[in-house]
Write a protein that binds this ligand. Structure first.
Ligand SMILES: [Fe+2]
Ligand SMILES: [Fe+2]
Length: 393
């Protein structure tokens, strides 16, 4: 089917070499509106003056380097998707690319099928995210309330108009999967992935956090020899644990300083909001429980429902540890990433206080056997789409 020009997405190709730039243009031009830039300065100018949906980016360029452009793009236009296409791929820059939320990472020389598939996936993700944002905003008008997230939570169970809107959104997000059951599962997972991505796009410090938490939680569940089903639930919960942050104003997520008591209460509602968001989707109970209780402490001083010790579901204790490990090993608005030995010490110090002591011991053993490369392993191993891989869909 021929696309009307207005339906076309705009792709910006950034490459200092004429050969790859022109071949990309030839591959993409039949289906997309294409812009080209020979260096970072030209690229920034185009990004600031044109409605760009996707950027394909060469890392090795004179002047503004690709990595710098990637960071600027993330800061200024977080909604624009980015595919890195590079001639000198290393594990480090692949990991950095994933950390910056790039949709794909391709090595030169690329082929037509590879590029077309990557562009198709990235633009589908872009459209999904835009629909979700529009959807959340439009909810305010539908029921005449100010807070769109509260509407999802409070009204979704009883308002058929909202249920129809969610149904429409899910139908448009994804139409693959085998048969009705497969398609419905695919749509639900796509919806949740877009939701998790939307949360992460609010702050550069959150980028990749869901995927890495899922990865670490999966490693720990595997080490504990949980059943395959439990391991799958723990990975899904790890991926979705902060989904309730969709209900926290972006300004609070980015705030470098301490929050006042009212703001803190708002932030501390995210586990409960997250659990309520996934509840109507009929997922296993231990997934919802892990989301709801991922900030409980072993000694009862965490937040959520004030549970302690083994009252806290095991899935939540695992996700809590994976979550804290990732938070400590990455930069935060208020501090730089902690050194690996400091992170290990913190986990040891807080075993029996914040963390289940048995789980903390096992996690430290994982860190010991894999060395300090666990974060890079997570960044390069865990791709898109996480949830489908987790449930084998
Ligand atoms: Fe959280
Ligand atoms: Fe988290």
């Amino acid at each position: 089917m021929t696309q009307r020009p207005s339906d076309r997405s705009t792709v910006l190709i950034v490459d200092d070499e004429r050969g790859p730039r022109e071949s990309l243009r030839m591959i993409l031009e039949p289906a997309h509106r294409v812009l080209c830039a020979r260096d970072g300065t030209e690229a920034l100018e185009l990004i600031r003056t044109h409605p760009v949906d996707l950027v394909t980016l060469d890392l090795n360029m004179p002047g503004i380097r690709g990595e710098e452009l990637m960071r600027t793009l993330r800061r200024e236009r977080p909604e624009v998707e980015c595919i890195v296409i590079t001639g000198y791929g290393t594990l480090e820059n692949a990991a950095e690319a994933v950390r910056y939320g790039v949709a794909d990472y391709l090595q030169k020389p690329f082929d037509v099928v590879q590029v077309s598939a990557a562009v198709f996936r990235a633009l589908a993700r872009h459209r999904g995210r835009r629909r979700l944002t529009e959807f959340l905003h439009s909810l305010g008008e539908v029921v005449g309330l100010q807070d769109p997230v509260e509407q999802v939570l409070v009204q979704a169970e009883r308002d058929p108009r909202i249920q129809r809107r969610v149904g429409d959104l899910l139908c448009h997000l994804d139409s693959d999967g085998g048969g009705e059951a497969g398609a419905s599962l695919g749509r639900t997972l796509s919806f949740l992935e877009v939701l998790a991505d939307t949360v992460e796009s609010q702050s550069e410090f959150m980028r990749g956090h869901a995927r890495r938490t899922a990865f670490y939680a999966g490693l720990l569940a595997d080490r504990l020899c949980l059943s395959a089903e439990q391991q799958q639930h723990v990975r899904i919960a790890g991926f979705l644990h902060d989904i309730g942050k969709i209900g926290v104003p972006t300004e609070l997520l980015l705030r470098p300083g301490a929050l006042d008591p009212k703001e803190r209460r708002l932030m501390e509602r995210h586990p409960e909001i997250g659990a309520r968001l996934v509840e109507p989707l009929g997922m296993a109970t231990d997934i919802g429980a892990a989301i709801r209780h991922h900030h409980e402490w072993w000694d009862g001083r965490g937040y959520g429902d004030g549970l302690y010790g083994e009252q806290i579901p095991i899935s939540a204790r695992i996700v809590a540890l994976a979550d804290a490990y990732d938070a400590m090993s990455c930069d935060r608005p208020y501090r730089r990433a902690l050194a690996p030995e400091v992170v290990r010490q913190e986990i040891d110090d807080y075993a029996g206080v914040q963390f289940d002591p048995m789980l903390a011991k096992e996690f430290l053993l994982i860190l010991e056997t894999t060395g300090t490369d666990l974060q890079m392993l997570a960044d390069t191993t865990v791709g898109d789409p996480v949830l489908r891989a987790a449930v084998g869909a």
